[in-house]
Write a protein that binds this ligand. Structure first.
Ligand SMILES: *Cc1c(COP(=O)(O)O)cnc(C)c1O
Length: 372
């Protein structure tokens, strides 16, 4: 064990504390703490502009936003989704009494494989919930084509995809709804937070009702809504973060390139994703520990940990291996060979704006040493 502080896979980005005081002063002055106050309104507008989307509803976290997105579209029955994600993706289905149907991922992107979706459709299927894993865009055209053919809704879990663009526009403009997370570990954070992106004002209004108990006005409740509202303190912090996010993503990009350079010559380690492409937000830095590497993934994870570097096995175990899912027919490993293969080999290395180049060099050197 080294004497240095451990380096975690991510560290939240925090602007200078004194920069936040004026925001707090405003909240203390006007005494509006929540319920769609001025910062909530400002942040919704600012994020629409920043992301290049039409309508956005803020939430207290991404999971409640996912749960509410399914409610907003009245999704029922079965939903096709990926086993290779954070567990909240499928949990949002169970919270709505929906049966998840797992489909395997594409071996290059680790996103839901469109070629395998059709075979999983039954008369009970009503929607598809793909994930833009690590912020790498799904094959949105192929997915939309299937959805149109079978009259299915598409809700993207876009928790990793803040600011991601493809073909000149936001990746969040695809499907019926997209859901972001602003959790502390994400590229853009409001401590806790999330949002639903939707294409029209009417859907946004329904979502706004649903996140506020179903209230339309003082006396009218139109739906069994939840309390999913973002508070003023989180929204204010989001306004401050937004000034820094481009710079933070640019720094992540530098770290991404440095890792790729340093690991390029290490046999058995392959870097995943879009090197240097404009689409990435560099939210994660996953590598695959292939079979020709002298150590297994878990052994490398352990060596790094002993040196004070806490990498993470995102995503292992697969969602489909957790007890509340593994009894489903679609959860069998034979149905999910690619996801199973990747989950056993993936390791996400530390990446965040305040990570020093010297730390990236040290991490790469430890991996290279293990590879000898
Ligand atoms: C973080 C995350 C969520 C959950 O978001 P919270 O804001 O933590 O509730 C959902 N899906 C994916 C893929 C995530 O990474």
């Amino acid at each position: 064990m080294s004497n240095q502080k451990p380096i975690y896979v991510t560290q939240p980005y925090l602007p200078p504390l004194e920069d936040f005081y004026p925001y707090l002063q405003k909240i203390w002055d006007n005494k509006i703490l929540t319920n769609g106050g001025p910062f909530h309104q400002q942040l919704e507008k600012a994020l629409c502009e920043h992301l290049g989307v039409e309508h956005l509803a803020l939430f207290s976290n991404g999971t409640l936003a996912l749960v509410t997105a399914l409610q907003a579209l009245r999704v029922t029955g079965e939903v096709i989704t990926t086993p290779y994600s954070f567990v909240a993706t499928a949990h949002s289905l169970l919270w709505n009494g929906i049966k998840p149907v797992f489909v395997d991922v594409d071996p290059n992107t680790f996103n839901l494989d469109p070629a395998q979706i059709e075979a999983a459709i039954t008369p009970h299927t009503t929607a598809i919930m793909p994930v833009h894993c690590y912020g790498n865009p799904c094959n949105v055209e192929a997915i939309q084509k299937i959805a149109d053919n079978y009259n299915l809704r598409v809700i993207y879990d876009a928790a990793h995809a803040f600011g991601v663009r493809a073909n000149g526009s936001s990746i969040l403009r695809h499907g019926d709804l997209s859901v972001l997370s602003f959790h502390a570990t994400k590229v853009f954070n409001t401590f806790e937070g999330g949002a639903i992106i939707c294409p029209d004002a009417k859907t946004k209004q329904r979502i706004d009702h649903l996140k506020n108990f179903g209230f339309v006005d003082e006396l009218t409740v139109v739906a069994p809504g939840i309390n999913g509202k973002m508070s003023e303190i989180n929204a204010a912090f989001g306004m401050l973060q937004l000034e820094h996010v481009d710079k933070a993503i640019a720094r992540r990009g530098e770290i991404d390139r440095l890792y790729r350079d340093l690991l390029a010559e290490v046999p058995g380690i392959s870097c995943v994703g879009n090197a240097g492409q404009e689409v990435s937000n560099h939210s994660y830095f996953p590598v695959l520990v292939n079979d020709e590497f002298p150590l297994k993934r878990d052994a490398l994870y352990q060596v790094l940990k002993e040196q004070g570097i806490v990498a993470r096995r995102y995503f292992y175990p697969l969602i489909s291996d957790f007890p509340m899912y593994r009894g489903l027919p679609s959860a069998h490993r034979e149905n999910l060979p690619v996801a199973t293969w990747v989950a056993q080999r993936v390791l996400c290395l530390p990446i965040y704006p305040n990570l020093d180049n010297s730390d990236v060099e040290r991490i790469a050197a430890i991996i290279a040493e293990c590879g000898k």
